[in-house]
Design a protein around this ligand. Structure first.
Ligand code: NAD
Ligand code: MG
Length: 396
C-alpha cells in the first residue's frame, strides 16, 4: 500500500474532547502518522493543563475551551505560540467547522457533544463519531442533516466499527440481525441482592476497558449497551427489533452481523480503542500500526450469554425508549447523565440510577410531530431537572 494519502494531501483533524480517554488515544494515533494526519484544532471542557501540553506538542491552528472561565488562563499559557484560542460552546462549533478541518472526531462526553457535532455535520465534514449520546438524543436529526449536507458518519465505538466492517460489500437487505456484544461490566456475576451496596470505586473498575468515568458507570449499569443499541439503529438504519445484545466477557468479538442465509460475520481484536479510532480516520484504507494483536494460540475460549434485563434494567429501559421514540431517548439519556453524576458524587445508590431514569421517562417521554434541536434540548433540560427534583424529594 502506498503511504501517501489518496489525494496526496494530509487530513486536517479537529478533536472535540481531546483531553478525554478517546481524545488522547486519537492523538496517539495521530502521532503515528504525522505526515498524513494534521491536528488543526483541539477542544476540551476544563483541563487547561492537558490541553496546553497537547497544543504545544501537536501545534494546532486553534484550541477551544468549553468552560469560559478558563479562557484567560488558556490564552496566557499559549501566548506567543500563534495558536488561536476560542471559548464556550460557540468556540467548539467554530473549531469544528474550520475550512482546514476535513475530519472531526466527536469525542465530547454526553449531550454537550451534540451542538458541535451538529455544526460539523452542517459543514459537511467527515465525522469520526465516538459521542454516542449525539445519536441517542438526535439520531433522526443528525442522520437527516448528514445526508442533506454530505457529511459522512464513521463509527468509533468498537461495536459499531465492528458492524460497519462486517457490512462492507453486503447489501442492506441481506442483513437479518445485528448482534452487539457487551462485556457485562464489573457486576456480571455479582448477585443482584447486593447491588444496593455497590460503591463508586467498584463501579469505576471495568474489567476490560479503561475509559472516562461516565461511560465506565454506563458499562456497569449496562446503559452503555442500551445507548449503543439506539446508536446502531441510527448508524445502520435498522429498527430495534433486529438489534440484539449478547454478553461476551472477553471483549474480543466486537460485534456480529447475521445474514438472511444463516451466515454470520464478526470482527475481532484486542480491546484497544486505538484500532477503531484509527479505522474511522483511515477508512476505506487500513494503515499499518503497532496496535496489539490477538494471540490466537493462547486465546482459549470465547463465551457468550444472554444479558440479564432484571439485573440490568437500564438495558431494558433503553430498548423501551427506542421503541417509544419521540423524545424518549433524549429523556433516557439526560436522566441517565444526571443520575450518573449523582452516583459519582456518592449522593445516590447504584440501584437508584435505573429507578430515576424510569420515573423521568414515565413523566416526560412524548411523541411530538417534529424533533428540532430546540425541542430535544428542552426535553434534555426537563429530564435533568426532574431527576434532581426526585432526588431532592427522595422519591426513588
Ligand atoms: P472522557 O470523560 O474521558 O472525555 C470527555 C472529553 O469531553 C474531555 O476532553 C472533556 O474535556 C470534554 N467535555 C466534557 N464535557 C464537555 C462540555 N460540556 N463541553 C465541551 N467539552 C466537554 O470521555 P471518553 O471516555 O473519552 O468518552 C467520550 C465519548 O466517547 C463518550 O460519548 C463515550 O460514550 C464515547 N466512547 C468512549 C469509549 C472509551 O473507550 N473511552 C469507547 C466508546 C465510546
Ligand atoms: Mg462500545
Amino acid at each position: 500500500m502506498s503511504f501517501s494519502d489518496r489525494n496526496g494531501k494530509a487530513q486536517g483533524l479537529c478533536l472535540l474532547g481531546s483531553t478525554g480517554s478517546i481524545g488522547t488515544q486519537a492523538l496517539a494515533v495521530a502521532a503515528l502518522f504525522p505526515d498524513r494526519l494534521r491536528v488543526r484544532a483541539l477542544t476540551a471542557y476544563a483541563n487547561v493543563e492537558r490541553l496546553v501540553q497537547q497544543a504545544r506538542r501537536f501545534r494546532p491552528a486553534c484550541v477551544a475551551i468549553g468552560d469560559v472561565e478558563k479562557y484567560a488562563t488558556l490564552r496566557e499559557a499559549l501566548a506567543g505560540t500563534g495558536i488561536a484560542v476560542l471559548a464556550g460552546a460557540e468556540g467548539l462549533c467554530e473549531a469544528a467547522t474550520r475550512s482546514d478541518v476535513d475530519t472531526v472526531l466527536a469525542a465530547v462526553v454526553g449531550f454537550a457533544g451534540l451542538a458541535p457535532t451538529l455544526a460539523a455535520v452542517r459543514a459537511g465534514k467527515k465525522i469520526a463519531l465516538a459521542n454516542k449520546e449525539t445519536l441517542v438524543v438526535a439520531g433522526a436529526l443528525v442522520t437527516e442533516l448528514a445526508e442533506r449536507h454530505g457529511a459522512v458518519l464513521l463509527p468509533v465505538d468498537s461495536e459499531h466499527s465492528a458492524i460497519f466492517q462486517c457490512l462492507l460489500g453486503e447489501p442492506k437487505e441481506a442483513v437479518e440481525t445485528l448482534v452487539l456484544t457487551a462485556s457485562g461490566g464489573p457486576f456480571r456475576t455479582r448477585p443482584k441482592e447486593t447491588f444496593d451496596a455497590i460503591t463508586r470505586a467498584e463501579a469505576l473498575c471495568h474489567p476490560n476497558w479503561s475509559m472516562g468515568h461516565k461511560i465506565t458507570i454506563d458499562s456497569a449499569t449496562m446503559m452503555n449497551k442500551g445507548l449503543e443499541v439506539i446508536e446502531a439503529r441510527w448508524i445502520f438504519g435498522l429498527d430495534g427489533a433486529r438489534i440484539r445484545v449478547l454478553v461476551h466477557p472477553q471483549s474480543i468479538v466486537h460485534s456480529i452481523v447475521v445474514f438472511r442465509d444463516g451466515s454470520a460475520k464478526a470482527q475481532l481484536g484486542v480491546p484497544d480503542m486505538k484500532v477503531p479510532i484509527q479505522y474511522a480516520l483511515t477508512y476505506p484504507d487500513r494503515w499499518p500500526a503497532p496496535h496489539p494483536r490477538v494471540d490466537w494460540a493462547t486465546l482459549g475460549r470465547l463465551d457468550f450469554e444472554e444479558p440479564d434485563l432484571d439485573k440490568f434494567p437500564c438495558l431494558r429501559l433503553a430498548f423501551e425508549a427506542l421503541e417509544h421514540g419521540g423524545t424518549a431517548p433524549a429523556v433516557l439519556n439526560a436522566a441517565n447523565e444526571q443520575a450518573v453524576a449523582l452516583f459519582l458524587e456518592e449522593r445516590i445508590r447504584f440501584t437508584d440510577i435505573p429507578r430515576l431514569i424510569e420515573r423521568a421517562l414515565e413523566a416526560l417521554a412524548a411523541r411530538p410531530d417534529r424533533l428540532s434541536f430546540e425541542l430535544l434540548a428542552d426535553a434534555d433540560a426537563r429530564a435533568r431537572r426532574r431527576v434532581q427534583e426526585l432526588h431532592r424529594l427522595a422519591v426513588h
